[in-house]
Design a protein around this ligand. Structure first.
Ligand code: 48F
Length: 256
């Protein structure tokens, strides 16, 4: 016999237990795209307590769709190791361009992130930051369903020693900080805005632009290029992976 109420009770109890375990963390990540998940994976592998909040039901961001929904992604020599470490099968196409199945890459990155010990909460959006002594020290979160329905519901907060904006093209956390908190660590102090596609430059700058954009807040992945005014790069994902890894390495240096 299956008791519907026991199912309800188990879900509620397990979620309360999981969620309360992540009220205070070492690192909180906004966005479970490739950059955010790879950052979380490396941090968790170094025994840091990491939580990722993803607006959508499925982690993976823009990786599932490959290029124009052809479910294939490209990575280059420097980044292919990150996928090899998690057993993503790569075809060597030509001249150092490797292709992978986007569904395989996405699901294996997600699995590796969770197996490393990071926690991903889906259907939760970051809508603001916590700030103390001019340092960002947490996220303000709400159910994505509340946001989508436009309901007037106050959010809740979690505290983190460091936060990462890995929200992709929209750079949502940096936008909030620009609007509400103050000057970003960019040439103009504002978001410089993403430029048109150029994979050659975009892939390089996305790693260079992965840095602390405001005390306590790092930016990674496509958000880094959006914030620092660099080009997009389309379905080549090596830079996203390297950016996530760099964000983790920079934060590990701070956390010790
Ligand atoms: O967009 P996304 O995949 O960002 P990324 O990791 O990778 C970029 C590439 O997909 C692609 C590209 C590469 O060549 O240009 O665009 O930098 O993943 C960002 C994730 O963040 C979620 C969003 O649903 C997506 O899954 N997200 C966005 N805003 C929020 C958020 C928010 N405020 N709170 C929580 N999640």
């Amino acid at each position: 016999m299956i008791d519907d109420i026991i199912v309800t009770k188990k879900i509620f109890e397990r979620f309360s237990k999981d969620f309360s375990n992540y009220f205070e963390v070492d690192v909180a990540v906004a966005g479970a795209g490739p950059a955010g998940m790879i950052a979380a994976k490396y941090l968790a592998k170094h025994d840091k307590k990491v939580v990722v909040f993803e607006r959508k039901l499925s982690p993976g961001g823009g990786m599932w769709g490959g290029g124009m929904t052809f479910p294939i992604i490209i990575v280059q020599e420097e980044s292919k190791k990150i996928l090899e470490e998690i057993n993503v099968k790569l075809d060597k196409a030509e001249e150092g361009y490797y292709s992978a199945d986007s569904v395989e890459a996405c699901s294996k990155i997600c699995t590796a992130t969770i197996d490393a010990g990071a926690k991903i909460f889906n259907a939760i959006s970051v809508e603001d930051v916590l700030i103390r002594n001019n340092k960002i020290n947490g996220f303000v979160i709400n159910w994505s369903a509340v946001e989508i329905a436009g309901l007037h519901v106050d959010p809740l907060s979690i505290r983190a020693k460091y936060c990462i904006d890995a929200t992709g093209h929209a750079a949502e956390v940096c936008k909030i900080v620009q609007k509400k908190v103050g000057r970003l660590n960019t040439p103009s102090g504002k978001i410089e805005e993403e430029k048109s596609m150029c994979a050659e430059i975009g892939e390089k700058t996305v790693v260079e632009n992965t840095r602390e954009v405001y005390p306590g807040l790092f930016v990674a992945g496509m958000a880094a290029n959006a914030v620092y005014g660099a080009p997009r790069m389309g379905p080549i994902f090596g830079g996203m992976l390297l950016s996530g890894k760099k964000a983790a390495e920079e934060i590990l240096k701070r956390l010790g």
